[in-house]
Structures are given as C-alpha cells and as structure tokens.
Write a protein that binds this ligand. Structure first.
Ligand SMILES: [Zn+2]
Length: 509
C-alpha cells in the first residue's frame, strides 16, 4: 500500500470562504478520494494561515483578541468544508502550539545546516500594511499602494533577518526543468522565466508586528522579531507531520501540494529552497490550478457581484456543485462559473444523461425481472468502456498532469455509450417477445455492470449521489470502501435493485 500525502494551500484568516477556496478544496478532495480508492494510505491536509498584521488589526478594530477572531473564522471555513463533503484527515491552524514549535525548529535547522543562509540587513522603504510588504515604486500610485488605495503607506527602516534565496537559483532551475516537480507546463515555463531574471533574497523576520511566531534568534541589536509569512505559513505542510518529533518522516515528504497559480512562486521556489537549506526532503509534486472567473448574465450586469457559495450549493446540492466546477473549469487553467452553464450541464449531463440512465435501468429490471439483476454481459461494451476508464485513470493519477475535467469527460463517454445501448437494444421490445428473453437478460445485466463501474468512478466527484446509487443497485457495502479494481470486477447477477426518487431531479420550471 502506497502512502499519499496531499495538501491544499492554507487559507488566510480573513473574510469568508469564497469560490476560489472551494474550487481548490474540491479538486484536492477528488484526488484524495481517488487515491483512497486506488488503495493508497492517504493523508489529506487543509487549514488556516492565522498570523500577520492584517489579522491583528482586524481584531483590534473589532475590539477582540486575535485568537478569538481566528477561532471564529476557522469554524466558518470548516463548516463550509463539511457542507462540501471535503474529506480532509487533518485541519492545521498556524496558531497551534505544535506548528509554532515546528517553525522554530525549521529555522534552527537552517541555521545549523546552512549557517550562511540567514543574514541581517538594513532595509528601508514604503511599507503597506494591507500587503504586509515593502512596495516598489512601480506598485505605488499617487502615494498609495495599488492594491490598497485607502491605506496610508509607511516609510519604514528595519534591520531584518534575510534568507539567501539567490543562492538556490541553479538548484531550483534544475528541479523545475529536469523533473516533473511542478505542473502544469505553463507554470513551469513561468517559473523558469522568473529564475532567468535572477532571484532576490527574501525577508525572514519583521519588527512591525507581533502576531506571529517569534524569530528564534534575536537580531544583533538584541531585538526579538517576528517570523515573516514565508517562514510561518509554508512550513505548515511539514509541521502537520509532527516535525521535528521522531516519526515525522513517516509522512513527509508530501506527495502533492495543490495550490493556486498566484502562489506558484512560493511553493516551487521559496519552499523548496527553505527545505534544501534545512537539509530536508522536498515535496514530490506541486500542482498549480487556475482561477474560476464569474461570467454570465447575473455577474455581467452589475459589476462587483460576488458569488454566494451557499446559494450556489443550494441550487442543485453539494455533489452537483462539485461536479459542475470540475467539469467546467479545466484543472490546469482558468475557467468560468455562470449560472446558465451550471443549469445546462446539470440538466444535460446529470439529470438527463446519467440520472436517467440509472433510473430507467432500475425501472426496467424492476418491471421485467422482478427487481433481480439477470446475468449477462456485452463484451464489446466492456472493452470500449475499458479504454475510456484507462483515460480517466491517466488524468486522475497525475501521470501526465491532474486533468480532472478530462477524467470526467472520459467517464461521460461511457454514460453516452450506455444510453445508446439502451436505445439500440430497446428492452421494451425485447420484453414483449418471449423468444428474446436471453437477449433482454444480457442487455439489463450489461447495463448494471456499466452503472456499477460508473458509480465507482464517479464516487470521488460526487460521493453522496454515488453511494445513493450504489445502494439502489443492490451493490455491497459502501462504494468508497471498494478499490477500483474490485468495483470493476463485480458480477452484479442476483443483486436486488430498488426504485427511488430521481438522483438528479429535473428542474421545476
Ligand atoms: Zn498593499
């Protein structure tokens, strides 16, 4: 049994979960569920980034302690992940004592292993509290940060600890160009271009705020500074394993970091350099997905309208929302969310194509065979499906990238094949002719075999609907407890089917 340690980026404790957060969690959850059904020992980590000046000022504005603020936000994020059936094994919060201890240990490991890599430097410049960073002239318009025009920039002179990121340029170029460490390819090219421009050293500590982990070594002036965001947030993937305690390497290194394309640089340049400096193993893969943009009538008519996640989930339920996002938005680039497309895909692909296939197959077995699945198979169909399922596994396993949308596309070819088979065989005609009883058995038996395979392969995307259908087919146990190999080998002969409400009820217009 292989172990598979998968993470998403931790979300900054600021506001409510939005579509971008949900897209990443759902995509990673599908990969985690897929791996479990491949038989891997999966550990799926998500969490919150809870330190920094923005959290501290927001708490001060509200007249509460920063810890109370982040406790409240963490609970709201977790409620959303439960609603979306996110199957994380762990939820890390950077305010946890174990994380803080792990960050300190990692910084100490760098001091020990690469004594040249931390140094002190005087720094002067315009500082934006909104960005929590110094701004270049090109990022300042009319004396204000481009991203935070309502905030006042501060002229700040500090003596900080710096990390010698520039020393890692060649090793990082090798890592990114010679291995499949980073995907998709577009992001790889972007990072290589960045490396060609040369890397600047980054700040590792700040004296401007205290809501964070104290930097373990005082500066030469005797001041204790606060660990800066890279050295606080990125190590969560490592500290979640219990680092530096014995046994952390039973889980580390991570097999896959799923992150947004806007933070590719942090995960494929800064993070591996920190680990190299500490003499620790690197994560095996980083996958940077794109953005979900809002499109369609409701969003174009009034600028600035946001998508209310709960409203989107309420529309057709959490499973349909998960399906739609991952079918519509390519997992290697940007895509759109529009209510129009959501309705179209729901009706065409879920209600009509898959839902209808399931309900008519079950009804026919009920009517013509008293609810018991007859024996029989169609080898041509099984062989054609096998080719599509092979494509599904290629796209799900990351062999050539995590193209989850392509996996669903391949799976829905088997759904179309099954519907064509029903139309061609016309079981209602076979049932009217006693001499064709064997042909009817073969047709119905074959359809249930197809549905069994489809249900197993749909389960990572739509866990609740898949389990529901699994039970109606009379299949044993929980669908997610079977490996794909097992699910593909089931002989459904003799299963008792149960009719029920439509899996994906058609819209009431
Ligand atoms: Zn700013």
């Amino acid at each position: 049994m292989d172990r598979f340690y998968i993470t998403t980026a931790i979300d900054y404790a600021n506001g409510d979960p939005h579509l971008g957060h949900a897209f990443e969690k759902i995509g990673a959850d599908v990969i985690a569920r897929y791996r479990r059904m491949c038989g891997d020992r999966v550990h799926f980590l998500i969490g919150m980034d809870e330190h920094g000046q923005k959290v501290a000022s927001e708490a001060a504005d509200r007249g509460i302690e920063p810890q109370a603020l982040v406790d409240d936000i963490a609970e709201r994020f977790q409620a959303m992940w439960r609603r979306l059936s996110i199957s994380n094994d762990q939820f890390i919060r950077t305010t946890e004592a174990s994380h803080r201890a792990g960050v300190t240990a990692l910084i100490e490991a760098i001091f020990r292993n690469s004594p040249e890599d931390f140094y002190e430097k005087e720094y002067e410049g315009w500082y934006c509290v909104g960005c929590e960073s110094f701004k270049q002239d090109s990022e300042i318009i009319q004396g204000k940060c481009i991203l935070h025009p309502t905030r006042t920039l501060q002229w700040v002179a500090e003596r900080n600890w710096f990390f010698r990121l520039s020393a890692y340029t060649d090793r990082l170029r090798k890592l990114i160009s010679d291995t499949d460490f980073l995907g998709p390819k577009s992001r790889r090219n972007e990072m290589l271009a960045l490396l060609d421009q040369g890397l600047e050293d980054i700040s590792a500590s700040r004296s401007r705020f205290t809501w964070g982990v104290p930097f373990p070594r005082p500066s030469s002036t005797g001041e204790t500074q606060t660990t800066y965001v890279w050295f606080d947030a990125l190590p969560n993937y490592l500290t979640a394993t219990g680092y530096p305690n014995a046994g952390f390497d039973e889980r580390w290194p991570a097999d896959l970091h799923v992150v947004g394309k806007d933070i590719t640089r942090f995960h494929s340049i800064i993070w591996p350099a920190m680990l190299m400096a500490a003499g620790l193993e690197l994560p095996r893969h980083v996958w940077a997905h794109g953005f979900v943009l809002l499109a369609g009538d409701r969003f174009s008519k009034s600028a600035g309208v946001r998508l209310d996640l709960n409203e989107a989930i309420d529309r057709f339920g959490p499973d349909a929302f998960r399906y739609f996002l991952l079918r519509e938005v390519p997992f290697d680039g940007d895509g759109n969310f529009s209510w129009e497309r959501f309705e179209e895909r729901y009706n065409a692909e879920l209600a009509n194509a898959f839902g209808n296939l399931a309900s008519r197959t079950i009804s026919m077995i009920d009517r013509y065979r008293g609810g018991t699945v007859p024996s029989g198979r169609d080898e041509t169909i099984d062989a054609a499906d096998a080719a599509d399922l092979a494509a599904y596994h290629t796209h799900m396993s990351g062999e050539s990238g995590y193209l989850l949308h392509e996996a669903l596309k391949a799976l829905w070819r088997t759904v179309a094949r099954a519907n064509e088979f029903v139309d061609r065989q016309a079981p209602w005609k076979l049932a009217a002719d006693e001499t064709r009883s064997e042909e009817l058995d073969r047709t119905l038996g074959s359809l249930v075999r197809q549905l069994t395979r489809q249900t197993a392969h749909i389960a990572p995307f739509m866990p609740q609907r898949a389990q529901d259908l699994w039970e109606r087919l009379g299949a044993p146990g929980n669908v997610a407890d079977h490996s794909f190999d097992e699910a593909g080998a089931f002989d459904p002969t003799g299963w008792r089917v149960t009719k029920g409400e439509p899996l994906f009820p058609k819209e009431q217009k």
